[in-house]
Write a new protein. Structure first.
Length: 132
């Protein structure tokens, strides 16, 4: 195991005004996960989570902490910070491209989701889809 301090990953649970969830394809698999990025020294994790949404062309709202977890994967220690934010459908072209896509509840139910995405979906469900 790497004895250095843990690497920090920032994830985002983003919901647009049509109640669609932002998901990204896990590299090399058919599994969908929350969009994420490594946090660099000096970066604000809330700003990083908003950038993940902004990169799709949507306008993100203020990000709020959704969860914090510690994980050991393949002998490395990670600290996972998950933020939640809403996004307005004021789509703007972005200079940065994102592989993340917005999905409706009907579409999500037939997708293979990573455990972090499933967990976030369960905790966000009452606020996102209160009438389902």
């Amino acid at each position: 195991m790497n004895a250095a301090r843990p690497r920090v990953r920032v994830h985002v649970v983003a919901i647009d005004d049509d109640h669609r969830l932002l998901l990204d394809r896990h590299p090399g698999t058919l599994t969908w996960t929350l969009p994420w990025s490594y946090l660099r020294i000096g970066e604000d994790p809330g700003r990083v989570s908003r950038a993940l949404v902004h990169d799709t062309g949507a306008t993100p709202s203020m990000a709020r902490v959704h969860g914090v977890e510690s994980a050991i994967e393949h002998g490395d220690h990670f600290l996972d910070l998950t933020y939640r934010c809403n996004a307005e459908r004021v789509w703007k072209a972005s200079r940065l491209s994102s592989s993340a896509l917005w999905w409706s509840l009907d579409e999500i139910t037939s997708m293979e989701l990573a455990s972090r995405a499933r967990s976030a979906l369960v905790t966000a469900w009452p606020q996102v889809w209160p009438h389902v």
